[in-house]
Design a protein around this ligand. Structure first.
Ligand code: CTP
Length: 409
């Protein structure tokens, strides 16, 4: 797997001779697994054609604020929401000045203002222009606003001068872009995640299950791995491929999921129960396919163990996070699960009406003893990253509290 697998990179190109390197950059970003869309300023087109960038990025190139193809006339908002990261390479002195001023006079500056994704710029210009106090003041402003600055490098410049102002090489830019996602927040920690539905057999071909696709649980496991954790994913039956960079244990029934979780929970610092576990199973599972007969039959069900509650009840329990899929009274029902199951955090989401289980987007209410945080609707992978960021913060605070309490004792 590449370092940028599943990441959506919006590549901005501004006017400068180094724009010829942007084609190689787009290709290398895709080689690293990223999906790439390109936005060019008007002057960038004097240096490299949109057709070239379309060919290497595999998508149409965006230039105009309002294009004839756009269905909504809000291309800057659509692209701003689409991106997991914005990388402007090369970033000209003029573009950096406009970004520092917060202007929105073309598609690229407008979407940089509108995005909540990290923005990185790779400056490229003549040394005098780079060292000019005006440019340096703009860079200070951008850095203070958490814009990531990649380079510039030093060396021979296109203008014939030697010095700072050279666009970093595409390979270096790909590594730095991957670094935007590697937060290291969970370095050294083990995270145990359950995902997907469970299947409770009635006979060899029939069973009780639910509509969970496993996408949210897998996204949470991937986000934890991207944040540096060692991840153990216990997955019910899903159609999803095994994610890389983690240990995967495939199970079928709730009892199997329970046993797999308890076989590994002692290693885990954090447990996240995302699986949509079947609460009941048939008392007996027939060894042969049941034949039809009577007009009415009864299915005798017995309660399954509650995996999440059993983890939270352990004497040395990990930081325990549960999910609450609700159709109504979301906050109230979720709070009840938080207290009854003795969780550290509960993530509530609305299901039904096309939301939740089968969809690619989701929104979450994160509830713990100290309050509520809302993560607005987003693609599940983006939401999972925001969730892992939140969990990591809460975990570290809980650890500090525990250490202080132990110090006092
Ligand atoms: N869960 C679990 N084991 C079960 C049932 C649920 O680990 N046997 C976990 C789920 O993974 C989820 C949380 O508990 O993190 C909430 O699941 P949910 O089914 O919404 O809650 P229940 O406690 O089953 O309550 P109800 O179905 O009545 O809403």
């Amino acid at each position: 797997m590449g370092t940028l697998t599943n990441k959506r990179i919006l590549l901005g190109i501004t006017g400068g001779i180094a724009a010829y390197k942007s084609a190689d950059l787009a290709r290398r970003l895709r080689d690293a697994g990223a999906e790439v869309r390109v936005v060019m300023t008007r002057t960038a087109q004097d240096f490299i054609t949109p057709l070239t960038m379309q060919a290497v990025s595999g998508s149409p190139v965006h230039v105009e604020m309002v294009s004839a193809e756009s269905k909504t006339g809000m291309e800057h908002i659509e692209l701003a929401r689409w991106a997991d990261a914005v990388l402007v390479a090369p970033a000209s002195a003029d573009f950096l000045a406009r970004l520092a001023q917060g202007r929105a006079d073309d598609l690229l500056t407008a979407l940089c203002l509108a995005t909540s994704a990290p923005v990185a710029v790779a400056p490229a210009m003549n040394t005098q222009m780079w060292t000019n106090p005006a440019t340096q003041a703009n860079m200070l402003t951008l850095r203070r606003r958490a814009v990531h600055v990649f380079g510039p490098g030093e060396g021979d410049l296109a203008c014939g001068e030697v010095g700072a102002g050279r666009l970093l090489e595409p390979v270096e830019l790909v590594t730095l872009t991957a670094g935007l996602f590697a937060t290291g927040e969970l370095d050294g920690l083990t995270v145990l995640v359950t995902a997907g539905p469970t299947w409770e057999a009635i006979d060899p071909v029939r069973g009780i299950t639910n509509k969970s696709s496993g996408k949210m649980g897998y996204a949470v496991a991937e986000a934890a791995a991207a944040a540096g954790a060692k991840v153990i994913l216990v997955s019910g039956p899903t159609a999803l491929p095994d994610p890389e960079r983690m240990q995967i244990i495939r199970v079928t029934s709730t009892q199997e999921m329970h046993d797999a979780v308890h076989a590994h929970v002692r290693e885990a610092h954090i447990f996240i129960g995302v699986a949509a576990v079947a609460d009941y199973r048939p008392v007996e599972s027939a060894p042969q396919k049941l034949k039809k007969g009577a007009e009415r039959i009864m299915l005798d069900l017995v309660k399954n163990p509650d995996i999440l509650a059993s983890v939270a009840a352990l004497e040395r329990k990990p930081f325990t996070v549960g999910f609450a899929a609700e159709t109504d009274n979301i906050e109230q029902n979720a709070r009840q699960k938080l207290t009854e199951k003795r969780l550290d955090l509960v993530c509530a989401n609305r299901v039904g009406d096309g939301l939740g289980f089968e969809s690619d987007t989701n929104s979450l209410l994160l509830i713990d003893a100290s309050g509520i945080t809302e993560l607005p609707a987003a693609a599940k992978d983006k939401l999972a990253r925001a969730l892992i960021h939140h969990i990591s913060g809460k975990y570290h605070v809980a650890q500090e509290r525990q250490q202080q309490a132990e110090g006092r004792a």
